[in-house]
Write a protein that binds this ligand. Structure first.
Ligand SMILES: NC(=O)c1ccc[n+]([C@@H]2O[C@H](COP(=O)([O-])OP(=O)(O)OC[C@H]3O[C@@H](n4cnc5c(N)ncnc54)[C@H](OP(=O)(O)O)[C@@H]3O)[C@@H](O)[C@H]2O)c1
Length: 292
């Protein structure tokens, strides 16, 4: 039995799609099962509830061989570390009580950085929490998701620009969520691994935000520019979107760590398995989303 958390989200949804024809029994935890497609609903077991709920996770983890664990981003969280850990503790209890064999977690590159890294730090704390249970654990570790740019699709469309607090000319490693989902599905189906470790999933490019803007301009056949904003201005914008001060500050501190090279130690190797390049992603995901 394979258990998928956050099955309606970017990674959970694509992982589930990749597993449906595997022949393995699949169970999902969903707050609102109506958000799953009818085809999916007919082919998986569903436990209704939040995967932060102890009863729901205990029910979902019963008899599970492997679990995909993901903490959903919560822009309403006042304290991001408390939020990540509070959501994960019931799962760690259920892993022990239900005898789950293997857990695949969604985390971030940069754990070796060793300094505060905003939104990335709680993901490392979650890794430590799972590791403390002794369960067989693989942490998928990724850089900046290409899909983050989908949140700026209106600005790209109407103003021909996107903005970040990241340095304009510093390479920012990226990954497409489809590649994360493929790596997750492989690990969830593979019953040969044990112990604890991390699996980097990194795209093939080393583009700066200015370099991404050049590719966006070529693919969309119209000028798109990158605008670097100060941490303070970025935070003000995020607060205007209704994020808590803690979450907005977490985004700023994450960009600071990225500008400081948090991803640099973990270079892409043939084992990092993120085949989708930024240009391909723009052609296959961003451009259709922009013209939809
Ligand atoms: N973005 C990046 O650059 C980046 C980089 C490295 C790592 N990460 C990590 O990637 C993860 C995000 O993955 P993703 O993009 O696949 O997530 P996502 O698309 O935001 O999906 C999260 C899903 O979780 C559900 N959800 C939301 N709030 C919830 C709550 N309080 N309790 C239970 N379920 C909830 C939602 O589905 P329903 O509304 O249907 O319940 C949502 O579809 C985070 O852990 C983040 O730290 C992100």
């Amino acid at each position: 039995m394979i258990v998928i958390t956050a099955p309606t989200g970017q990674i959970g949804h694509q992982t589930l799609t990749g597993l449906l024809d595997s022949g393995q029994p699949i169970r999902v935890i969903a707050r609102d099962p109506a958000r799953l497609s009818p085809q999916v609903r007919g082919r998986v077991e569903i436990v209704q509830g939040s995967h932060g709920d102890g009863d729901a996770v205990a029910e979902a983890f019963a008899g599970a061989d492997s679990v995909l664990w993901l903490v959903p981003p919560n822009p309403q969280a006042d304290n991001i570390e408390d939020y990540y850990l509070d959501l994960t503790r019931p799962a760690c209890d259920a892993i022990k009580s239900q005898g789950v064999k293997r857990v695949v977690g969604v985390s971030s590159l940069g754990r070796a950085y060793g300094k505060p890294a905003g939104l990335l730090s709680p993901a490392f704390a979650v890794d430590e929490l799972f590791e403390s249970t002794g369960v067989n654990y693989r942490s998928l570790v990724m850089p900046f998701f290409m899909e983050n740019l989908l949140g700026q699709i209106e600005a790209i469309k109407s103003q021909g620009m996107f903005l970040l607090a990241n340095s304009a000319d510093r390479p920012l490693a990226t990954v497409a969520t489809r590649d994360i989902a493929a790596a997750a599905a492989d690990l969830l189906l593979d019953d040969s691994w044990s112990g604890q470790g991390s699996v980097p999933v990194i795209g093939p490019d080393a583009l700066s935000p200015n370099g991404m803007a050049d590719i966006l301009s070529e693919v969309l056949e119209r000028p798109v520019r990158f605008q670097q904003v100060s941490g303070e201005a970025y935070k003000t914008t995020m607060l205007r979107y209704g994020m808590t001060d803690g979450f907005a500050q977490g985004l700023v501190d994450m960009a600071t760590a990225q500008n400081d090279g948090i991803y640099d130690a973990e270079q892409r190797t043939l084992q990092t398995a993120g085949p989708t390049g930024f240009r391909q992603w723009c052609q296959e995901v961003l451009k259709p989303a922009l013209t939809a």
